[in-house]
Ligand binder design. Structure first.
Ligand SMILES: [Zn+2]
Length: 255
């Protein structure tokens, strides 16, 4: 079982409605689990194929997920680079090996699945990069229309092309990204479309599986994990949820 909780005032919200912010204070929401109630034996997890769905008890999706077997990305031992820096056990996850070509697939696969769970039939978000391509791919798999709002001249053309090829509707506008984000949020709320940007509390849930997966591939808990931060959504679920789940010890450090 899990709960939807405000990160600021800790107010808990029911799961039957879609919320992107706390109604009490406007802050972001996060997903919390009753870790003690998860009793799946480690041996059973080990028998499952490695993918983000191997850890389904630690994820909020309770239906058959929309999936292209995301995750399962290679973990490379960087011997030469490690020798250079005196780190004999230096490894890197190759997240470009995900189905659409980016780590975004972990969060998008999970959140498109959540949109189906919430009976939504279309998805939208603001993006300039990998997220637009990933959303378009997973929306196509789910049979949903997808809308991408992006900033004119601030796009990765290859990724926008990828989104177009998978049937997404692309709307180009001027302004700054924060304003575009507000516009998409309003658009989704007013028209009943599922909002897929990172303020959606479920987006982070798929992302945290990279930590679970790395630990399974290594066979141990790493001393340190180094992550790209971006808007910090990438690091928040790992630092809190991985430790909370007991998969990673609290002494491990995230950078
Ligand atoms: Zn709050």
């Amino acid at each position: 079982m899990y709960r939807l909780v405000c990160v600021h005032c800790s107010v808990e919200y029911p799961l039957d409605a879609i919320r992107y912010n706390s109604e009490m204070c406007g802050h972001l929401l996060t997903v919390e689990y009753d870790i003690d109630e998860i009793t799946t034996p480690r041996e059973e997890l080990n028998r499952r194929p490695i993918s983000i769905w191997r850890y389904k008890e630690f994820l909020p999706v309770r239906i058959k997920p929309v999936t292209l077997q995301e995750g399962v990305t290679p973990l490379y031992h960087l011997k030469k680079l490690g020798e250079k820096f005196g780190l004999p056990h230096l490894y890197a996850k190759h997240e470009d090996m995900n189905p659409s070509g980016s780590f975004k697939d972990r969060g998008i696969a999970l959140d498109v699945s959540m949109s189906k769970l919430r009976d939504k039939c279309s998805v939208a978000h603001a993006s300039t990069d990998n997220t637009s391509a990933s959303m378009a791919v997973y929306a196509a798999i789910a049979g949903m229309p997808a809308v991408v709002l992006l900033l004119t001249w601030h796009v990765a053309l290859g990724k926008v092309t990828q989104a177009l090829m998978h049937g997404a509707k692309i709307i180009s506008t001027r302004g700054n990204f924060d304003r575009v984000l507000e516009m998409v949020h309003e658009f989704c709320v007013n028209h009943g479309i599922y909002f897929l940007n990172s303020i959606n509390p479920y987006r982070q849930e798929g992302k945290k599986t990279i930590g679970f997966e790395a630990i399974d591939q290594l066979g141990c808990v790493p001393d340190r994990m180094v992550l790209p931060v971006g808007n910090a959504g990438n690091i928040s679920p790992r630092s809190t949820k991985i430790c909370a789940s007991g998969v990673m010890s609290a002494t491990s450090t995230l950078y």
